[in-house]
Unconditional design. Structure first.
Lengths: 337, 337
DNA sequence: GTGAAAGCGCTAACAT
DNA sequence: ATGTTAGCGCTTTCAC
C-alpha cells in the first residue's frame, strides 16, 4: 500500500523508501558526520525526492530545544525599538533560530506573563527596557536563558547603549551653550533608565555648575509632550532634557503651539535618535546609539552561552558607545530678562 | 522516591499526586466540562501546588496545532507596519495564540522561505504587503492557513484599506486645488499596491481632466526621496503622489534642500499616515487608514475559519475605509509661468 | 556505521 | 466520569 498522499512525509517514509532505519535518517539529517557518506547522500536524496521537511515540533519534544527566541519590548509602536527588533530578528535568523515578538505595554505584569507563557516553547528571552524589579529579573534568569537590553542587573547578561556617558555629553553641550539650569522630564516611574539618567543629570549638572530639576513622570510618548512642555515652561526652563524622543517631539509640538521658540527661548534634547528626530521641527538634538547592533549582540549573548548549562564566566555586560546628534533644537541660553 | 526536584512537573506527576489517570489531568486542563467538577478542582489544585505548567510542545505534537501565528512584513523598520504589527499582536494574544514576526525585506524569496521554514510550527500566516506572485500565494494558501493584508488574491482571505477609493480622494483633492497634471512616484516593481494605485490614478485623473505621469520605481524608503524629488522637479510637476509616506518625507527633505517650496511650487501627497507624517515640514497630506484594525481583522479571519478544514463560504475580502488627512503639503496649483 | 527500541509530554480513542 | 493505551515524529542510548 502506498503512502497516503495527503500527509507530510516523516522520517519513517524516508527510511522505508531508502531502505534504512529511522535512526539513520535522523543522523543523516542532524549529525551528517556520524553516518557513512554514501548512505547519507542516498538518504538525503530520497528525502529531497519525497519532499520531506523536518517537523520542528517533533524535533523539539525530546530535546526540549525549539530553536526559537522571544524578544519582549515595552511598546512595539515606539520607533525606538525598531532598530532593536530588526537587529535581533536578523541575528536570530542568521543563527538558524526563529524570533517571537512580544509587546509588554509598559507593564511588568505583562512582561512576566509573557515569560511564563512562552517559557516552555522558547530557548531564551531578550527583554528590552524591562520594567520588572531587579529581584524578579534575577529570578527569571535562574529559570530561563535571558539577556537584557537597556537594563543592567548583576549576574544577567545585558547590552546597553552608554546613556550615562551620553547624559554627560548632553549636559556638557548645554553648559557650553551657557545654560545654568536644566530640567529633566522624567519617564515612567518603573523605568530603570529614567532613574539612572536622573542620577547622572543630578550629579553631573552640579559638577558643571548647573541647577538640575526633575519633573514628571510623563508617559514616554508623543501625547505626554503637552504636559511636559507646560511643566517646563512653568518652571521657566531654558533647557529641557526629555526622557526620550517621543516625549521631546510631543514637547516641540506643544511649544510651537504656545508660541515658545525652540531653541531661542528653550533648548530641547531627547534620547534615542528615533525615526523622525531628524525631520521634526526643529530637528531634534538627541542621544544616538547603535540599537540595531544592540539587538544583534543581545541575541549573540543569549546564544553564545548555549553550550553549557552553567556559565563559568560572569555574565557579560556589554556597553555600546553613544554619541550626541546635535541638531537645531538646542542653542545658546536666552539672556536673562 | 520523591520526584526529582530539577525537572518541570508533567501531567504524570500531577496524576500520581492527585491519584487519577493522566487522561483525567489532561481533560481537567483542556476540556474542563468533560470531568467531574470535584475531580477537576482537586486536579487543578494539585497542579497549582506542584507548579505544573503545560508543555506547549508536547501538546502540539499530537494535535499538530501550536497556537502560534506568523506575521510577515516586508520591512520591520517601516513605521507603516507598526499599527499592523500591534493590532495583530493584540488580537493574537487575545485569542490565546502567540505571534511570530518575520521580516521579509522586500524579497519574495525570503517570504516563501519564511513560510517554508515556519510552516511546520505555526497554525497560520498573516502576510502584509506580500511581494509574491498571485500564483505563488494561491499555492501557499492551499498548503497553509493564510490571510493577506494590503493585497487581494482570489480565494484568499484578506483585509485591505481602501486605497482605490483613497486614491480617488487624493486626485479629487488635487483637482479641486486646480492642478491639471499629477505625477505618481511609483513603489517597487513587485508591489501589488503600486500597480493598483497607478491604474486608479491613470483612469481617475483622466476623468478629472488631469494628465497623469508615472515615474520610478523608487525604493519605498526615505532614501528614495531624493531621486523621486529630482525626477518630479525634472518633469515640472505641480503635484506629486508618492508611493508611501517614507518616500514622500524623503522628497520633502530633498525639495527643501533644493529650495523648492511645498506646497507653493509643488504639492506632495503620501500614503499610510505613518508616525512622523504629521510633524515633518510641512506636515504631510496623506491617505490614512485603520491599519491596527487591519492587523486585528486579519488575525480574526485566520482564526475564524479554524473550525473546519474546508471553507464553505468563499474567502472573505474585507475592505476598510480610508480617509485623506489633509495637511500642509498640498495647496493651490502655482500659476503657470 | 547502522539498527532496534525506548522515550519526550501530551491527546484521544476505546474501555470500563 | 474515569482509566488504559496507543500514538504524534523525532532523538538517542544501546546493541550488533
Amino acid at each position: 500500500m502506498a503512502r497516503d498522499a495527503g500527509r507530510r512525509p516523516t522520517i519513517y517514509d524516508v527510511a522505508k523508501e531508502a531502505g534504512v532505519a529511522t535512526s539513520t535518517v535522523s543522523r543523516a539529517l542532524a549529525n551528517p558526520d556520524r553516518v557513512n557518506e554514501r548512505t547519507r547522500e542516498h538518504v538525503l536524496a530520497v528525502a529531497e525526492r519525497l519532499g520531506y521537511r523536518i517537523n520542528p515540533l517533533a524535533r523539539a519534544l525530546p530535546s526540549g530545544r525549539t530553536q526559537t527566541l522571544a524578544l519582549c519590548v515595552s511598546d512595539v509602536t515606539n520607533p525606538h525599538f525598531f532598530g532593536i527588533i530588526r537587529g535581533a530578528e536578523q541575528q536570530t535568523r542568521a543563527s538558524g533560530y526563529t524570533l517571537i515578538l512580544g509587546d509588554t505595554e509598559e507593564s511588568p505584569e505583562l512582561e512576566s506573563n509573557h515569560v511564563e507563557r512562552l517559557g516552555g516553547s522558547v530557548d531564551g528571552f531578550v527583554i528590552a527596557a524591562s520594567r520588572m524589579a531587579d529581584a524578579e529579573i534575577r529570578e527569571l534568569a535562574g529559570k530561563h536563558r535571558l539577556a537584557l537590553i537597556s537594563r543592567q542587573v548583576d549576574g544577567v547578561p545585558s547590552v546597553m547603549v552608554d546613556h550615562e556617558d551620553g547624559t554627560r555629553q548632553i549636559l556638557e553641550h548645554l553648559a557650553s551653550l551657557g545654560h545654568t539650569s536644566v530640567i529633566y522630564l522624567a519617564g515612567p516611574r518603573r523605568s530603570w533608565t529614567a532613574a539612572k539618567r536622573w542620577q547622572v543629570i543630578r550629579s553631573t549638572a552640579r559638577q558643571l555648575g548647573m541647577t538640575p530639576t526633575r519633573l514628571g513622570p510623563f508617559p514616554p510618548a508623543v501625547r505626554g509632550g503637552a504636559a511636559a512642555a507646560d511643566a517646563a515652561i512653568g518652571q521657566g526652563a531654558t533647557a529641557a532634557i526629555a526622557h526620550n524622543d517621543l516625549l521631546a517631539i510631543g514637547m516641540l509640538r506643544r511649544l510651537a503651539g504656545r508660541g515658545v521658540r525652540v531653541p531661542a527661548d528653550i533648548s530641547v534634547v531627547g534620547y534615542d535618535d528615533i525615526f523622525g528626530a531628524d525631520f521634526c521641527s526643529p530637528p531634534l538634538t538627541t542621544l544616538a546609539g547603535p540599537f540595531e547592533e544592540a539587538g544583534r549582540l543581545a541575541v549573540d549573548l543569549l546564544l553564545g552561552s548555549r553550550d553549557g548549562r552553567t556559565r563559568a564566566r560572569p555574565a557579560s555586560q556589554v556597553v555600546l558607545p553613544s554619541h550626541l546628534a546635535i541638531r537645531e533644537s538646542t542653542g545658546p541660553a536666552p539672556r536673562p530678562r
